[in-house]
Design a protein around this ligand. Structure first.
Ligand SMILES: Nc1ncnc2c1ncn2[C@@H]1O[C@H](COP(=O)(O)OP(=O)(O)OP(=O)(O)O)[C@@H](O)[C@H]1O
Ligand SMILES: [Mg+2]
Length: 246
């Protein structure tokens, strides 16, 4: 249901993605790991066309976009099938928690306001913040803001959720709660998840598959066990070793 073929992206002379192929089933949870600067965020941003890839195709469900030839309408169609959870939450600061979660429902899904409101409140409850529904993001902790970021992602009922290091801006004591929440969502296997993370034990625990990227390529992929215990490539072994000894 998510299929990426031959995705390439450069910034000026810097070739960041050198031909990425990923195919994921509905509900599959994929962790993307790899050294800094290797193109992980760029990959996520190319999947929902926040960055324009030079070539390759992205298919989500019944929408296929060819990087070399797509319209604004194709872009919108593909984007509506995805949601992104950002490192820095990226909530609308001038909107309350409730309005942040409502927005994808009324704007993207064109839902009736009353129905949308009930659904939004359910999502806010699910992430444990019903008592904050009328607060503005600036009055929430980082962990609370990220919970709302996740509720907002769910509000658009995406087929694919792209998480870009969802816990890396959080104080250490808040990380666990967010990881638990993502784990719970992953366990439901309702939508495909691509999670870029440096939290290796978390990745190993929740992912059906782990993809190791380096230098703009996928070097190796497999189940968490395959990668942890039997990584074939030296680069993967080296990376996992540095992470483990940190
Ligand atoms: N908008 C941009 N303009 C120019 N160069 C960019 C841009 N975005 C990313 N890059 C470059 O592309 C490369 C890959 O960046 P990217 O953010 O995808 O890496 P990453 O794997 O997510 O790293 P990290 O783990 O540090 O988040 C880097 O060399 C970066 O400097
Ligand atoms: Mg990144």
């Amino acid at each position: 249901m998510l299929e990426i073929k031959g995705l390439q992206k450069s910034f000026g002379n810097l070739k960041v993605l050198k031909g990425i192929d990923i195919s994921a089933k509905k509900g599959e949870v994929i962790a993307v790991i790899g050294p800094s600067g290797t193109g992980k965020s760029t990959l996520l941003r190319c999947i929902n066309l926040l960055e324009r890839p030079e070539c390759g195709t992205v298919r989500i469900g019944d929408v296929t976009v060819d990087a070399q030839n797509y319209s604004a309408k194709d872009e919108q169609k593909l984007r509506r099938k995805t949601a992104m959870v950002f490192q820095n939450y990226c909530l609308f600061k001038n909107k309350t928690v409730l309005d942040n979660v409502l927005l994808p429902m009324t704007l993207v899904r064109k839902k009736d306001k009353k129905e949308a409101c009930q659904e939004a409140l359910k999502l806010i409850e699910q992430v444990g913040l019903l008592d904050k529904k009328h607060e503005y993001p600036s009055r929430l902790s980082g962990g609370q803001q990220q919970r709302i970021g996740i509720a907002r992602a769910l509000a658009s009922q995406p087929e694919v959720i792209l998480f870009d290091e969802p816990t890396s801006s959080l104080d250490p004591e808040l990380v666990g709660g967010i990881l638990e929440l993502i784990k719970e969502l992953a366990g439901r296997h309702q939508c495909t998840m691509l999670i870029v993370t440096h939290e290796m034990s978390f990745a190993m625990e929740i992912a059906d598959r782990v993809i190791f990227m380096d230098g703009g390529n996928i070097i190796e992929q497999g189940t968490p066990k395959e990668l942890m215990q039997h990584a074939k490539h030296e680069r993967t072994q080296k990376f996992l070793k540095t992470i483990q000894t940190r």
